[in-house]
Design a protein. Structure first.
Length: 71
């Protein structure tokens, strides 16, 4: 996942859209594990709260299932 800091689209929306696209393209399959909030934040150099917001939004929308403490 990559963030374009020059984009007008908010960072959280960029990440959420990229995760949705990866699922739609079959790059992420049911049961695949995304990086932990901290690891994702470190990898794409954003605030962990931003990643947590994205994960929570995608879980609320039924796109992801999160398991606290399991990554």
């Amino acid at each position: 996942f990559q963030i374009d800091v020059g984009s007008r689209k908010p960072i959280y929306r960029q990440l959420a859209d990229q995760i949705r696209e990866a699922i739609a393209r079959g790059q992420l399959m049911p049961g695949d594990q995304l990086p932990t909030v901290r690891q994702m934040a470190k990898d794409i150099v954003v605030n962990p709260n931003t990643v947590a917001r994205v994960y929570a939004e995608l879980e609320r929308d039924g796109v992801l299932v999160t398991r606290p403490g399991a990554g």
